[in-house]
Design a protein around this ligand. Structure first.
Ligand code: SAM
Length: 256
């Protein structure tokens, strides 16, 4: 995010005003209490803490999501995964969002398909509680489950969607920016980043109805590996979807 946008977000929250206010009234003086709040937040930001964690929220797919340091901060890249999954999700579909974090993907789908039956799962109880909190706050009926991948998830779905951990343990990006503050188990997977994706592709078929879809996000350098995993497992109609930066970002495939 651009420094100017971040500064605006912190100032607006400190003053409790919408962004339009600070441009409409640039002469407004900041009171002592707001200035103190702002100074504390600027100190935290200078120490590297992400704005989403400082303010406890992040917008995604037009939804204001509560975010804590227990969950990955929703990324614009993940809109590619949501759009690819929505193309396969009919109005009354049964959908699983595996590794939901704060509810990012499940809640975006719930906003678009209010009659769908959506299950959101995570291995971290703090994420399950956070997703539940966001669902209730936004008024969406999403069922949450505490589950290690598909363990304890017996049913078959029309669509399984997941933004799983896919960063290699030795990736330099983990030492930079927001990633330094995000939970490692939300980011890192073994096997150079693809172990979790490989397990998902291997384990998903018994949880898909015939003709059901698996939709996963992955790194832009993992396109060919992930495509190979889908094809080897027997998925059909395998397609890679590119993000707004024209990078390969999500792969979808249909279980015959
Ligand atoms: C990359 S984050 C994605 C979070 C959210 N879906 C999003 O797009 O913002 C991966 C999520 O998978 C969860 N996770 C990690 N290992 C898991 C496992 N074995 N079973 C289920 N969820 C897992 C993490 O807790 C984290 O919330």
């Amino acid at each position: 995010m651009l420094p100017r946008s971040e500064a605006d977000m912190l100032l607006c929250r400190a003053l409790d005003v919408p962004r339009s206010h600070i441009y409409a009234f640039p002469e407004r003086r900041v009171g002592a209490a707001a200035a103190e709040r702002l100074a504390t937040w600027i100190g935290r930001r200078r120490a590297g803490e992400p704005v989403a964690y400082i303010l406890g929220e992040r917008g995604f797919w037009g939804l204001d999501l509560t975010v804590t340091a227990a969950a990955l901060i929703p990324r614009p890249d993940t809109e590619t995964l949501v759009a690819a999954a929505l193309a396969q999700i009919r109005a009354d579909a049964h959908v699983l969002d595996l590794g939901t974090g704060c509810g990012t993907v499940a809640l975006a789908i719930a906003a678009e398909r209010p009659s769908a039956r959506i299950v959101a799962s995570d291995v971290d109880p703090l994420c399950v509680a956070l997703c539940q909190h966001n669902a209730e706050r936004l008024g969406f009926a999403v069922e949450t489950r505490l589950a290690d991948r598909f363990d304890g998830i017996p049913e078959r779905f029309d669509v399984v969607v997941s933004n799983p951990p896919y960063v290699a343990a030795d990736d330099d990006h983990l030492q930079r920016g927001d990633l330094r503050f995000e939970p490692r188990h939300a980011l890192v997977s073994g096997g150079g980043g693809v172990d979790f994706l490989a397990a998902l592709v291997r384990e998903a078929p018994p949880h898909l109805k015939p003709g059901g879809w698996l939709c996963v996000e992955h790194g832009c350098d993992q396109e060919h590996q992930v495509r190979g995993l889908f094809l080897e497992r027997g998925f059909a109609n395998v397609h890679c979807h590119r993000d707004l930066a024209d990078q390969p970002r999500a792969t979808t495939g249909q279980w015959p």
